[in-house]
Design a protein around this ligand. Sequence first.
Ligand SMILES: [Zn+2]
Ligand SMILES: [Zn+2]
Length: 565
Amino acid sequence: MSTEHDGDADADDGTVSPYTLQREDGDDARHAFWADTVADRVEARDPDEPIVVKGGISPSGVPHLGNVNEIMRGYYVAEVLRDRGHEVRQVFTADDRDPLRGLPRTLCDLEGNLVDLGEVDAGALGRNLGAPYTDIPDPFGCCDSYGDHFSTIIQDSADAVDVPIELLSNTELYENGDLEDVTRFVLENRDRAREVLAEYQDKVDADYVPFNPICEACGKITETVTGVDLDTGEAGTVDYRCTDMDAGDQTIDGCGHEGTATLREGKMPWRFEWPAQWQVLGVDFEPFGKDHAEGSWPSGQDVARNVFDNEPPVPMVYEWFTLEGEPFSSSEGNVILVSDVLELLEPEVLRYFFAKDPAKARDFSIERLDQLVDEFDRLEAIYFDEIEASEDETAFAKRVYPLVVGEPKAERVRLPYTFAAVLGMTDDPDLREEIARREGHIPEDAPEWAVEGALERVEQARNWARRTENEFDYELKRTEIPDHEFDAATEDALDELAAFIEAGHEPEEIQSEIYETARRHDIDVGDFFSAGYRLFFDEEQGPKLGSFLAKVDREFVVARLRRER
Ligand SMILES: [Zn+2]
Ligand SMILES: [Zn+2]
């Protein structure tokens, strides 16, 4: 099988390239939206209802925006299938029986605040290396376990972008017996399992058993099974010895205990667990990152077909995206949570980001968030035939926009994001609305809900300005005139500028008049701008002054330039 993104058709032995969106088999209908292409393939399986779309995550640490990718990609395929009349379940497994393999440097509380490892009980975490996430105490003390803590944040993230996932705990699937039959099956057929896996992994020898019991003495996941007895107990047992576990650059010590575990007291290794989840949950489609594409997907589909005799789901590799051009990394602090992003923009804008082609690498930039919001506004305007666009862009907008917003409402009002950022320089809600109306961004007949919705963006754009400390991060000192001291020439110049603005002029005219006035009075232009920033912001610097003064109510601007209030 080729490892290039070359659009290979399926091979003769039935293996499927996971690069579903890059394949060109020639018989696909052309769709404006990638999720329709995936849905075609799911329908081609002739699946039972409800159709099952799955995703999954090991709740190992800060669940950031990158992890939401998988939830949103699955969601669009689920929505398209629902749109076509199918019943769909979107399940998401918290792979929380996985062992903690190393100490994360950064964690986060349920509110999404990042917390250094040093601020929690790191010793307790250290003693639990090698134990399943659900057996480790919550370092914040608010949830049942470490795994439960981070699963809760995943669920909150999905809720925040209004995606209805069924979050399933892998630990619960083992404990309540849902995975017992399939575990027993793989142990019954362990010779076959070993034979298939050996094609993908070097360390698979004659002693390999596809089950890792939890040591009853120390609580760690063990990898040394010394015996399998499928005739004892409900479904059988395995004997084990608790040995050291290789965890990347370190070794997690085993305690040496020898014991016996049931099939509910442990887990299958990931290479079997994943195809076992497909089988038990009846999965029809699963998107995943590039890390799985060359590793557990090739072995997984082989295990599904040739050990479980089950057709693996339709796969789809999605590209990871970067944050400000760098990979997501909670330890490097290059991380953002969904809750943070939703303080900066509307959920539908974030949903739109994930509607874009998953096969293309892209960047999420907080610095340039205005571009993403503008793009969304454009999509919306195209949908409502308010602006002209190419045929492709129009087809995309018509298909995708309703899925992004849920219910299209033609009367909604959007303030351009950077304009909203300008309005955010004042706290006064009435003034914000007045300026927005005067500038023509709120139509006179706009319904109340639409006006309220539009003005919510002001708060978000203001948060953006504060977070990035960009050119909109200024606070208009409206209630009281800041302390100031000007020479006579500057005072005359300010009075003249006030008269000019009082007469009514365009933003660009005001901007050049500021230069002209300074020159006429022989004042350094930089000093004159500073005088303006002093009066309005109590700062030496500020936004582009001409266009700013043109936007704020004239009466106030004139009085302030005259130092009256
Ligand atoms: Zn918690
Ligand atoms: Zn042990």
